[in-house]
Design a protein around this ligand. Structure first.
Ligand code: 8IG
Length: 274
């Protein structure tokens, strides 16, 4: 009988295969796309001439989880910068905690990115907002989080400091490019159901401004791996009970598309400076 590899060894294997398949020995920055964020990846390389796309199922450790109902692709995108190119590793989808494959599966992409050389990671998501001024399509920088899954991706007694989990340096960089960006505390619920209005009120009382079903476990794993973390939420709806105005679905989708494209432009200017 052979022992199954540790999550870290599995990520090393995935990174080695990634380097083979993309022809890129080391990547610099990782990007995880949340719901509604695909236009951001398109905006980063509109012609696709600097992009190689592979199936995550071709990488060790992803087969059982990431793909169910998702596109399951990862792109290697070369971004020209003033002081040389950056190689961006963009996961077009993620494994969610609510899929039930466990926390290691949720953060395997993050660990693979770290093993591939990434020093920073941009975690994006679509979420509900608690501030009424955040109309659908408002991008918000994540300043901190509250992890209501009750779980940690870390294995063993490793006491990782999360004081500046969402890098203030990277938030500053974003604001240099887009000064008006607001920020807020992201609260991860386990999902997959949305919150009740009482749970949304609770999130607000706890100090939260955004509610969603992803990101916090990935951010912790990224910090454990020594990566700098930038978190950006796209508010796609007001959280349950915040507004009684019914949402026009087409309007919401269009607002999301426009905002995600704008965020792609933002990332195109921020990533080369990370
Ligand atoms: I898009 O209102 C999206 N994802 N938990 N609550 C939670 N997740 C979400 C929401 C929301 N909107």
């Amino acid at each position: 009988m052979t022992d199954s590899p540790t999550p870290y060894a599995l990520a090393d294997e995935a990174a080695a295969r990634l380097a083979e398949l993309t022809g890129v020995a080391r990547h610099d920055v990782a990007l995880v796309l949340g719901s509604g964020w695909l236009p951001a990846a398109e905006a980063l390389d509109p012609t696709g001439e600097n992009t190689t796309e592979i199936d995550v199922t071709d990488l060790p450790g992803f087969a059982a989880s990431a793909v169910v109902g998702h596109s399951g692709k990862v792109r290697s995108i070369r971004l020209p910068g003033e002081d040389g190119d950056r190689h961006l590793l963009a996961f077009l989808s993620r494994t969610h905690y609510y899929e039930g494959h466990g926390v290691a599966a949720v953060v395997h992409g993050v660990r693979t990115a770290a093993a591939a050389g990434c020093r920073a990671i941009v975690l994006t998501n679509g979420c509900g907002g608690l501030k009424e001024t955040w109309t659908p399509g408002t991008p918000v920088l994540i300043s901190d989080h509250i992890n209501l899954t009750g779980r940690s991706p870390i294995v063993g007694a490793k006491f990782v400091d999360l004081t500046d989990l969402y890098s203030s340096r990277l938030r500053e960089l974003c604001r240099e490019v887009e000064p008006g960006l607001d920020e807020g505390v992201y609260v991860q619920f386990p999902g997959p159901h949305y919150e009740t209005p009482a749970e949304v009120r609770m999130a607000g009382i706890l100090g939260g401004h955004l509610v969603g079903m992803s990101t916090t476990l990935e951010a912790i794993a990224a910090r454990e791996a020594g990566m700098e973390v930038l978190g950006i939420s796209l508010v796609t709806n007001l959280a349950a009970g915040i507004s009684d105005a019914p949402l026009d679905h087409a309007e919401v989708l269009e607002a999301g598309r426009a905002a995600a494209t704008r965020m792609g432009d933002l990332l195109g200017r921020v990533v080369p400076r990370i």
